[in-house]
Design a protein around this ligand. Structure first.
Ligand code: SF4
Length: 399
């Protein structure tokens, strides 16, 4: 038997991929260990140059404290050479996510099923329902490293949710690279039907979507989100830019007006958050101002800001016209707008009640994924009723 640790960099899909490896190793009889161990698995990210550099650093760090390090995930698939020159105990696994757990487990050697029901995360479970993307945005490397869109069978997804709830998870996050592409044609499922049925899982307190493209926010999905009582009042909808010229150059499949129109029915009820790329090669000051305006008009709160970083193999791989200082300055302006919008939303909760899922000592998230600061002794993994007493830069203080 081996001791192991598993870490990840990047998005929620990277998280679920890392989780799949953990589960497979536990299933095979290996033991998870926080400190130095026989094996480390580092599931990497390649969304920017910085993400690859961080992934390399993490692999190098793990190589000092572990007997063997498996470098998996998007970074390993896109840029295996970025991990060249690391110590000999680092093994780069450039394989699809579906094949990676079995490969790592096979390399370590199976022991026997002793911990198949181990609970890996006490609070929320990320359940991957779809992987890959067939949209081909001009800046994005994900289709190259993850392949085209494919979905899991609905019954397998629903069975996993029942199992996670049985393990004690209160919240389930449906996760995918392009979640709205979810289809189980043979069984007649699309994402709205999956949301309704997943949300009705006995014992589940809260269901969230990791992220959804605006193209998929249609009447059917909006109804499913609204009419499923367990669905969290939060939706993350990548914007990337609020300027039609930039959206076209990115090969995104919508205009700023479409983005605004499709979010309108959710605006009052849901906390809307987004990703935005700043400093795309064709983004000038006017285009950036359009983005700021759409962020405000859509009622977006938290913005995940990504300075544009050319990725190898993409259409815009050779383009990077906006100077780093300008990207930095636009990023700061967007973050300031995001911070102000978050504070404004949090202030609406003063004197109001909410239910918080406590996920760390003294912290958790309300029904719309706003952050709350609760009593340090609040039980982790449980839902607690709170009332907003004050607002700080980190979230809403519970009375
Ligand atoms: S929708 Fe575009 S940005 Fe998102 S994963 Fe697919 S290609 Fe990349």
């Amino acid at each position: 038997m081996a001791t192991f640790s598993v870490g990840f960099l990047g998005c929620k899909v990277s998280h679920t991929d890392a989780h799949d490896v953990r589960e497979r190793l536990l299933h095979d009889g290996h033991f998870e260990h926080d400190g130095p161990a026989d094996v480390a698995v580092v599931n990497t990210c390649c969304v920017t140059n910085e993400a690859v550099a961080k992934s390399r650093k993490e692999a190098a760090r793990a190589a000092r404290t572990h007997g063997r390090v498996y470098v998996t995930g998007c970074g390993a698939n896109l840029a295996a050479d970025a991990f060249a020159g690391l110590p000999h105990n680092v093994i780069v696994v450039a394989r699809r996510s579906e094949e990676t757990p079995a490969f790592v487990a096979g390399d370590i050697g199976a022991i026997g099923c002793v911990q198949a029901d181990a609970r890996l995360d006490r609070v929320r479970a990320f359940v991957k329902v779809q992987d890959g993307c067939s949209f081909s945005c001009n800046f994005c490397v994900i289709p190259l490293v993850r392949g085209g869109s494919r979905s899991r069978v609905a019954e397998a997804v629903l069975a996993e949710i029942r199992r996670r709830v049985g393990q004690g998870h209160r919240e389930v996050v449906l996760t995918g690279i392009n979640l709205g592409c979810y289809r189980d044609r043979a069984a007649g499922y699309d994402l709205p039907r999956l949301v309704r049925e997943a949300g009705a899982t006995p014992g589940l307190a809260r269901l969230r979507l990791s992220s959804i493209e605006i193209n998929h926010v249609d009447e059917k999905l909006v109804s499913a989100l609204r009419e499923t009582p367990t669905v969290s009042r939060h939706l993350h909808v990548p914007l990337q830019s609020g300027d039609d010229g930039v959206l076209r150059a990115m090969a995104r499949r919508y205009t700023a007006a479409t983005y605004l129109r499709r979010l309108e029915p959710l605006r009052d009820e849901f906390n809307l958050t987004a990703d935005v790329i700043v400093g795309f090669p064709t983004e000038d000051e006017r285009a950036f101002d359009h983005t700021l305006r759409v962020v405000e008009r859509a009622g977006l709160t938290k913005i995940h800001v990504f300075p544009y970083s050319p990725r190898p193999g993409t259409v815009t791989a050779e383009q990077d016209a906006v100077p780093p200082q300008v990207k930095k300055e636009r990023g700061a302006r967007l973050r300031a707008a995001s911070d102000a919008a978050c504070l404004a939303r949090w202030r609406t909760k003063l004197g109001a009640d909410d239910t918080v899922l406590v996920d760390r000592p003294g912290r958790g998230y309300g029904d719309d994924y706003s952050p709350w600061l609760v009593a340090p002794a609040a039980p982790i993994g449980e839902l607690v009723r709170v009332r907003g007493a004050a607002v700080s830069e980190e979230g809403i203080l519970a009375a």
